[in-house]
Design a protein around this ligand. Structure first.
Ligand SMILES: Nc1ncnc2c1ncn2[C@@H]1O[C@H](COP(=O)(O)OP(=O)(O)OP(=O)(O)O)[C@@H](O)[C@H]1O
Ligand SMILES: [Mg+2]
Length: 391
């Protein structure tokens, strides 16, 4: 009965949009085998009761710090399940930059009934310790983007975490991984540096073209139809992303190229669909000349007008809504709206000119998907006036 809904963005290439979303964690990581071994060496004694381990991970944006530490924690927990019960806790200090917020996150992840207020930092800390010990567990605590905590509240909490068992007849309550984009080691107190140990510093290099190709291949295999990407196209993506060394760029290029190919009505991605990362950046950074409006054909103008009207009140608009609003604009100017294929072609041309930006939504209906359209380079109100005059 609702067969007609199959038409909603029927994905020629995209099978599952979830692996392309921002915080999706892949089942395994690829291209970081040496670093994984290095980290495992730093944690060699974590299987032994009473022992604690620690590591500092640093690296550029998108070098895989978060995903490396999270998959490590998961793998470790599974690997040691018969030997030692590991409870891993990941706290992003950018979202929780104070000592009390970090402690609150840890406490609630162990016990979701933990009260919001009424305890001092050291009381919460001792509560956490008791909780872990009573359950006969070992906590692997990951403090991600720890520089935010250090800047806000200094290193006190790290120091307390490192000495959590001091003065008691116990040891090995917590293992700790701290992560930062910057060289946090320099900002830390001497006492903490010696506690972490310089040999426990894992510095991730930016990814090279080959690693980025492998990362792109993994994502492509998880989100696209199996014959959509050739080895050549994936190599091209790896190379295009290698200036930044950022895995996120490679993943974005996979997403981008799928969208471009689908807009061409194809079920495979061709080399020309992979846009050079520099071009993408330039496009994002530059503001376009309003006179570009005069170069558009009437239907492009009307589609853009439809987009502007909605973006004057909402931050983004879906492709489905644009299509409906475009029909309304056509009615207003007494012209017959173009068919779906031409509509998509025009939408793509607006994007190629840098007038709009679009992202694939993760919440899709059936096999299809929705584009979320924004206009980062222009004020919709101004553009709307100009378009109305031109039309
Ligand atoms: N080796 C890898 N294998 C598979 N996916 C990866 C790999 N490295 C990074 N990714 C993916 O790339 C994206 C960025 O990685 P991640 O978030 O771990 O970077 P980061 O170093 O923590 O960046 P930031 O400094 O911004 O926090 C994520 O989607 C992640 O899943
Ligand atoms: Mg991160």
């Amino acid at each position: 009965m609702s067969d007609y809904l199959d038409r909603i963005g029927a994905g020629l290439i995209l099978v599952d949009a979830a692996p392309l979303s921002y915080d999706w964690i892949p089942p395994s990581i690829v291209g970081r085998e040496d670093e994984q071994k290095e980290l495992a060496t730093m944690f060699a004694s974590i299987g032994t009761p009473g022992m604690s381990c620690r590591a500092v991970i640093t690296g550029n944006v998108g070098s895989g710090k978060t995903v490396l530490s999270r998959t490590f924690a998961d793998d470790l927990t599974r690997h040691l399940s018969s030997v030692r019960s590991i409870q891993s806790v990941h706290v992003n200090c950018r979202n929780h930059p104070t000592t009390s917020q970090v402690l609150q996150r840890i406490a609630t992840s162990l016990d979701d009934r933990h009260p919001e207020r009424g305890f001092s930092a050291s009381e919460v800390l001792q509560g956490i310790r008791r909780n872990v010990r009573t359950r006969n567990q070992h906590m692997l605590l990951i403090l991600d983007e720890v520089d935010h905590l250090l800047r806000k509240d200094g290193a006190d909490l790290l120091y307390q975490l490192l000495r959590i068992d001091e003065g008691r007849d116990e040891s090995g309550t917590i293992s700790l991984i701290i992560i930062s984009q910057e060289e946090v080691l320099d900002q830390l107190e001497g006492a903490i540096i010696s506690r972490f140990g310089l040999s426990n510093h894992l510095a991730l290099k930016p990814y090279n073209a080959k690693q980025l190709t492998v990362i792109a291949s993994q994502r492509a295999a998880l989100c696209a139809n199996p014959r959509a990407f050739s080895e050549e196209v994936l190599t091209l993506i790896g190379e295009a992303a290698s200036d930044s060394g950022d895995a996120r760029v490679a993943i974005e290029l996979v997403e981008d190229s799928i969208r471009r190919a689908e807009m061409d009505g194809l079920d495979i991605v061709e080399q020309r669909h992979v846009q050079d990362d520099e071009v993408r950046r330039a496009k994002r950074g530059e503001r376009f000349e309003p006179s570009i409006v005069d170069e558009l054909n009437d239907h492009e103008k009307m589609i853009l007008l439809a987009i502007c009207r909605r973006l004057r009140r909402d931050p983004e608009v879906t492709s489905g809504d644009v299509s409906k609003l475009y029909q309304v604009v056509c009615e207003e100017y007494s012209v017959k709206p173009r068919g779906n294929t031409t509509f998509w072609k025009h939408l793509k041309s607006l994007e190629n000119r840098g007038l709009i930006d679009s992202k694939t939504g993760t919440a899709s209906v059936g096999r299809g998907r929705t584009q979320h359209i924004t206009m980062p380079q222009a004020l919709p109100g101004q553009l709307e006036e100009r378009l109305e005059k031109a039309l």
